[in-house]
Design a protein around this ligand. Structure first.
Ligand code: FEO
Length: 169
């Protein structure tokens, strides 16, 4: 594998684990606020991020590349309002989309079509994750100020169940 592509993928493992950490931090915030449904949604999201990291880890290994695990940064976002984590989540997903696109571009440049094909799943996944974040922001704007509506929204998010990713290596 091209050295730059392998290094970017290796770095992305760390970024995905950081995402898991960030979402766990968000879940922790909502737990403290008594919103167990929101907390559940973000705990499930944290598990999905670990899956993303593991897919890249396994992909590198399967292609004979060395995996190097680096320290995971501390989540350092400050949340005060119930909206803050949702906005931070969207911002973070947009950042991750850019990272995935950069790896995709690097793979394309060296005609590493196996990697672009592998990354296709992530490109689609990023679209879904950005949409989820935007939907949550919209709902919070609409219903967040009304206690009864917030209670229902919390119940809706409590229903999310973790499933293993559709991409299996
Ligand atoms: Fe692994 Fe939320 O992207």
């Amino acid at each position: 594998m091209n050295e730059k592509v392998a290094a970017l993928l290796n770095d992305q493992i760390n970024k995905e684990f950081y995402s898991a950490y960030l979402y766990l931090d968000i879940a922790n915030f909502y737990t403290k606020k008594g919103l167990d449904g929101f907390a559940n949604w973000y705990e499930v999201q944290a598990k999905e991020e670990q899956d993303h990291a593991m897919l890249m880890y396994r992909y590198l290994q399967n292609n004979g590349e060395e995996v190097t695990l680096e320290a995971i940064a501390k989540p350092d976002k400050n949340f005060e309002t119930l909206m803050d984590p949702l906005k931070a989540g969207l911002e973070h997903e947009q950042y991750v989309t850019n990272l995935i696109n950069t790896i995709y571009g690097a793979a394309q440049e060296v005609q590493d079509f196996r990697t672009t094909q592998f990354l296709d799943w992530f490109v689609k996944e990023q679209g879904e994750e950005e949409k989820n974040s935007m939907d949550q922001i919209t709902k919070m704007k609409l219903f967040g100020d009304d206690a009864r509506s917030l209670y229902m929204l919390n119940n809706e998010l409590a229903a999310r169940v973790y499933t293993t990713p559709s991409l299996v290596l």
